[in-house]
Design a protein around this ligand. Structure first.
Ligand SMILES: [Ca+2]
Ligand SMILES: [Ca+2]
Length: 194
């Protein structure tokens, strides 16, 4: 959707991609979430998959800018592909909380802080990714094998999620084999390094 010469929805949040100044995200009250890839000249509705169009908070991951975590009236949602698709992480905040600010911890990629009114004070949320979830979409499946191979051998970005599936402290080709064996040959499940 382009809204030039149209009614501008009530904007609740705006966020930018720290690695690309032309990429912007805009949250609105009741009209959903929009993305611009040309510094605001055009906007695309990327709400599909977010169950409530009232956008309370947007956190663009400072280390992985294609990872978005969004709070809407329907709960917390995560995208690992810049808003193309969304994973419902469930409602992790008190129902009465109204989020005023939402950000990822600078130290822990899986921890988020929400400042709220309505229940007072702030809340910490933790998005726990299972071991082996290399692409950070909260599931362990063949997409993680592709993500790992891409990162290790095809110049792709480092895995978003915990990719040391054999628990030896390194992410390398042994993890690819371990994950394939687990997924397709009844091998042992990913090991969480202690
Ligand atoms: Ca995954
Ligand atoms: Ca390993």
């Amino acid at each position: 959707m382009s809204w030039s010469n149209r009614y501008l929805p009530y904007v609740t949040r705006i966020a930018g991609d720290p690695s690309d100044a032309s990429v912007l995200y805009l949250g609105t009250a009741y009209s959903g979430l929009f993305k611009s890839s040309d510094a605001g000249a055009h906007w695309v509705d990327i709400t599909h998959g977010i169950s409530n169009p009232y956008i309370d908070g947007i956190a663009v991951d400072p280390d992985y800018p294609s990872v978005l975590t969004v709070v809407s009236g329907g709960g917390v949602f995560r995208s690992v592909n810049g808003g193309t698709s969304w994973i419902d992480l469930g409602s992790r905040l008190p129902k009465t909380a109204i989020v005023e600010a939402f950000a990822r911890s600078p130290l822990d990629p899986q921890r988020f802080y929400a400042a709220t009114i309505g229940t007072g004070g702030g809340h910490a949320l933790r998005v726990v990714l299972p071991q082996g979830d290399a692409n950070g979409d909260t599931k362990v499946d063949v997409l993680d094998v592709f993500d790992l191979i891409n990162a290790l051998f095809a110049g792709g970005a480092a895995p978003i999620g915990p990719a040391d599936v054999n628990g030896d402290g390194r992410v390398d080709v042994a993890d690819v084999f371990y994950l394939i064996t687990y997924l397709f040959a009844s091998g042992p499940p990913p090991i969480t390094a202690s």
